[in-house]
Design a protein around this ligand. Structure first.
Ligand SMILES: [Zn+2]
Ligand SMILES: [Zn+2]
Length: 345
C-alpha cells in the first residue's frame, strides 16, 4: 500500500533531484533505492498475468472523455488534465490490470526544470513557432511514464537478390550520363540489436517516441512504485506479440540498409531475406516523457520531451519564417541562373 508522509501525513512526490520522495507538506525526504542490476527476460518468461503486486491496488485508472486515452494515477494525484490532448474531462474508470513491470528510467529532472528546458529549446530553434509556447505554465506540462518493450535480439540472416546503384560516366563526346548498374548478391549477415524500443500504448506514436530517442538504458533501474509518485502511468494497451513484430520490422529495415551498404548499392530490386533470431530478450520498461499541451485560438498543440535527457520532439513551425527561407532560396537560385546566363553570352 502507498503511505502518506510518515512524519505529517502529507502528499509525497518523487523528486529526481533528491533521488527520493519529498513530502509536499513538511519537506521530509524518503530516499528510493536505485538498483541497476537486473536482467532482460527471455521470451519464455513472458507472462500476461496481471501483477499481484500492491501496485494494482494503489493506482486508479482514468479515461479521457475527449480522446479516449487511459492513464493511471496514484492515489495521491489530483491531476485532471489529459496529457495526450490537454482536455480536462478525465473520468474515473474501472480498474485495469497491469503487466508486471521490469524496469524504469526515472525522470532526471522535475516539472519546474522541464518548463525551463522546454522554453529555452523553443527559443533556440529558429523555425519553431515561439508565439504558441510563450505563455505556457506549470499546469500545461504533465509527466507520464510511457510503456515500452525494450528488446535485445541477436539475428542471423541468409539472403540473395538483386541490388542496384546509379553510376555516372562520360560518353565519347564527353557528356556526363547516368546508368543503373545491377548486382547479384547473396550471403550471410549477423548482427546483435540492443535496446530496440517499442511503445506499448496507442496514445503515443512510434515516430513521436523516436523523435525524443535515444533513452540511456545504462541508467535503467529495477522498477519500484516509489518512482511514480507525482507522475502518471500510461495504460498498456498493445499486446506483447504485436510489439515483437514491430521490433522485428525495425530490425528487418535496418538489415536491408546494412546489406545495401555492404554491397555498395542504393536500391533493392529483389530480395529474399530469411532472418533467424537465436536469442531474443525483453524488458517491460517505463520511460519518462513530459507532455506539453497548450491551446492557442482553439487549436491544440502537443509536444513531447524526453524526461531523462531533455530532448524535445517535433515543434510546430513558424510558417512565416519557413516561407521567407524558401522565398530567399528561390531568389538566390534565380539570381545565380541570371548571372550564369549573363556571363555565358
Ligand atoms: Zn510530511
Ligand atoms: Zn485526452
Amino acid at each position: 500500500m502507498l503511505k502518506n508522509c510518515e512524519n505529517c501525513g502529507g502528499h509525497l512526490h518523487f523528486s529526481p533531484k533528491d533521488k527520493g520522495n519529498v513530502c509536499e507538506n513538511c519537506g521530509s525526504v524518503f530516499p528510493v533505492p536505485y538498483n541497476y542490476s537486473f536482467n532482460k527476460k527471455t521470451f519464455d518468461e513472458h507472462t500476461i498475468e496481471p501483477t499481484k503486486d500492491e501496485l494494482a491496488n494503489s493506482l486508479r485508472s482514468f479515461k479521457c472523455k475527449s480522446c479516449g486515452a487511459n492513464v493511471m494515477l496514484t492515489k495521491f494525484q489530483m491531476q485532471t488534465v489529459c496529457p495526450y490532448c490537454g482536455n480536462t474531462s478525465i473520468v474515473k474508470s474501472k480498474s485495469k490490470n497491469l503487466l508486471y513491470i521490469d524496469s524504469i528510467l526515472p525522470f532526471t529532472f522535475g516539472k519546474a526544470d522541464a518548463l525551463k528546458k522546454f522554453k529555452s529549446t523553443v527559443n533556440k530553434k529558429f523555425y519553431a513557432n515561439k508565439k504558441i509556447f510563450k505563455n505556457i505554465k506549470d499546469k500545461d506540462i504533465s509527466g507520464v511514464y510511457v510503456n515500452a518493450f525494450v528488446f535485445d535480439m541477436s539475428t542471423s540472416s541468409r539472403y540473395y537478390g538483386v541490388f542496384s546503384y546509379v553510376d555516372s560516366y562520360r560518353d565519347r563526346e564527353g557528356n556526363t550520363k547516368q546508368r543503373t548498374v545491377y548486382k547479384n548478391v547473396s550471403g550471410f549477415f549477423n548482427k546483435t540489436y540492443k535496446n530496440i524500443t517499442v511503445e506499448a500504448n496507442s496514445n503515443i506514436e512510434q515516430d513521436e517516441l523516436r523523435s525524443i530517442m535515444p533513452f540511456e538504458y545504462g541508467s535503467a533501474v529495477e522498477f519500484k512504485k516509489e518512482f511514480m509518485y507525482g507522475y502518471m502511468l500510461e495504460y498498456k494497451d498493445k499486446m506483447f506479440n504485436s510489439c515483437v513484430s514491430t521490433a522485428e520490422t525495425i530490425i528487418k529495415e535496418d538489415i536491408k540498409q546494412q546489406l545495401l551498404k555492404k554491397h555498395g548499392c542504393t536500391k533493392i530490386e529483389q530480395l529474399s531475406l530469411d532472418i533467424e533470431y537465436p536469442d531474443r530478450r525483453y524488458n517491460y520498461c517505463l520511460l519518462p516523457v513530459y507532455f506539453v499541451n497548450t491551446t492557442v485560438k482553439d487549436k491544440r498543440y502537443k509536444v513531447v520531451m524526453n524526461g531523462q535527457t531533455g530532448k524535445v520532439g517535433r515543434l510546430p513551425k513558424d510558417k512565416l519564417r519557413v516561407f521567407l527561407t524558401i522565398f530567399f532560396i528561390c531568389l538566390l537560385i534565380v539570381g545565380i541562373i541570371l548571372l550564369i546566363m549573363y556571363f555565358s553570352k
